[in-house]
Ligand binder design. Structure first.
Ligand SMILES: Cc1ncc(COP(=O)(O)O)c(C=O)c1O
Length: 448
């Protein structure tokens, strides 16, 4: 048995993977190295990393500067508690940088270790805020169908994809899901953006505004199939939240740190959220780190609470010095290499290339914002009947041609076809960007 075969055998025996089923693990990809936008497997094969790992490796693979930042910080002090009464420099410096790059109303950062924990924390920030404001019954959270918010119980309950609930119910009470701003399949009478915002308002009114703490929304829905909202959606949603005293949580776990061509994405539509969840791109995935950005007014509520109503939310690794040192170096690289601006420009090139796939009969929709694009597959373009299962064949064909794709598996109800998600590193060279639609075209033709 060679080294790779032995590794896979041992993997099968001892490792439970995310989204585990043995049928999906017959020929696992063993990635051994990465450089820029490219990955290399144990057999020396090269792939374009068309999803930046899991939407997170914004600065690209193999950046020694981040390894150096981690090693230097570990040698100095690897761990120090950031609980109240203590602090450390990387956490302080990174929080300041993030607030400066975020929204005009952003106030302060609480650090977590991942996106789900960020959302979980954001829900607790929202409940806490309303309790400080003497509105303790405002506890419910409204989210959207097709949303993905993470694996923990509350984040899973906000997630709008039934497959993630099926074997883990019941869901946490007080989580309500409404229609997303999904223009390609919007079936209401109104324009999709306004109609979907009204759906949130209807839910607030049905539940009673005095029981709703927050609405959580990804600026561009990612894992659910790269659903880009019409420009009317977020401004109207902000108005609705303000009208009913409901906080707006932007889940920017994917969209944060430059992915859409802005540091944070709601700026595309001139909207400021009350809370922002982030993770992934803050370290480009080199170490696990996430967090919540509280607006000035939420921060003020925390800082002005009496001692008997303090913010009793804690995690051992909040403000972890090594993760924050790596985050700081990563943000410096995004700044110095102009990767946010680059994502806006090169993202247009990527989307234009993918638009060229529209002549293929199975391509129903192509959408994107910055370096975050989706190609939705249909069985019939006229009826928009979702293609289901085609994505798995396309994955095999694309991998054989040197591109590693990620597919959002489609569903009949609510309808969405298998969607090829394309979100390469923000530094991906033009020539590599241009190869992505070329390889996908060949893979789709071969698979369909
Ligand atoms: C929008 C969004 N929120 C939250 C999460 C959960 O993040 P994590 O897997 O780091 O917990 C993800 C993960 O893909 C995500 O895409």
């Amino acid at each position: 048995m060679d080294g790779t075969a032995e590794l896979i055998e041992t993997d099968r025996r001892y490792l439970v993977h995310p989204l585990h089923h043995p049928d999906d693990h017959r020929q696992p990809l063993v990635v051994v190295a990465g450089k820029g936008a490219m990955l290399y497997d144990a057999d020396g094969r090269e792939y374009i990393d068309s999803l930046s790992g899991l939407w997170n490796v914004n600065i690209g693979h193999g950046r020694g500067e981040l390894a150096d930042a981690a090693a230097a910080q570990m040698r100095r002090i690897a761990f120090a508690s950031a609980y109240i009464g203590a602090t450390n420099e990387p956490a302080v410096r990174l929080s300041e940088k993030i607030v400066r790059h975020a929204y005009a109303n952003s106030g302060a950062v609480y650090f977590t270790t991942a996106g789900a924990e960020s959302n979980e924390s954001a829900f607790k920030f929202a409940r806490y805020y309303w309790k400080v404001k003497d509105q303790p019954n405002k506890t419910k959270i409204i989210s959207r169908i097709h949303a993905y918010h993470g694996v923990t119980m509350a984040a899973m309950s906000a997630t709008g994809m039934a497959a993630y609930h099926k074997m883990f119910g019941p869901l946490v009470p007080g989580f309500i899901q409404v229609a997303p701003p999904y223009a390609y399949r919007w079936a209401g009478n109104e324009e999709a953006g306004l109609g979907a915002a009204e759906a949130v308002e209807k839910a607030i009114l049905a539940e009673g505004a005095d029981t709703v703490a927050a609405v959580i929304a990804e600026p561009v829905m990612g894992a659910g199939g790269v659903i880009v909202p019409p420009p009317s959606y977020f401004p109207r949603l902000r108005e609705i939240c303000d009208r009913h005293d409901v906080l707006l949580i932007a889940d920017e776990v994917i969209t944060g740190f430059g992915r859409t061509g802005r540091w944070f994405a709601l700026g595309h539509w001139g909207v400021e959220p009350d809370l922002v969840s982030f993770a992934k791109g803050v370290t480009s995935g080199y170490l696990p780190l996430g967090g919540v950005i509280a607006s000035k007014s939420v921060h003020e509520a925390i800082d002005s609470a009496p001692a008997d109503r303090k913010f009793m939310h804690a995690a051992t690794y909040s403000g972890h010095p090594v993760c924050c040192a790596v985050g700081l170096r990563n943000v410096e690289i995004i700044e110095s290499e102009g990767l946010v601006e680059r994502a806006a420009i090169i993202g247009k090139r990527l989307l234009a290339g993918l638009e060229g796939l529209r002549d293929l009969p199975v391509v129903g929709d192509v959408r994107g914002l910055g370096m975050m694009c989706g190609v939705e597959l249909v069985a019939d373009r006229a009826t928009k009947a979702p293609a289901i299962g085609l994505g798995a064949r396309i994955t095999r064909e694309a991998m054989a041609r040197g591109l590693l794709p990620r597919i959002r598996a489609g569903s009949a109800d609510p309808a969405i076809g298998d969607t090829i998600c394309v979100a390469p590193p923000l530094m991906t060279p033009e020539a590599t960007i241009d190869r992505i639609p070329e390889i996908l075209r060949a893979a789709i033709v071969a698979a369909s």
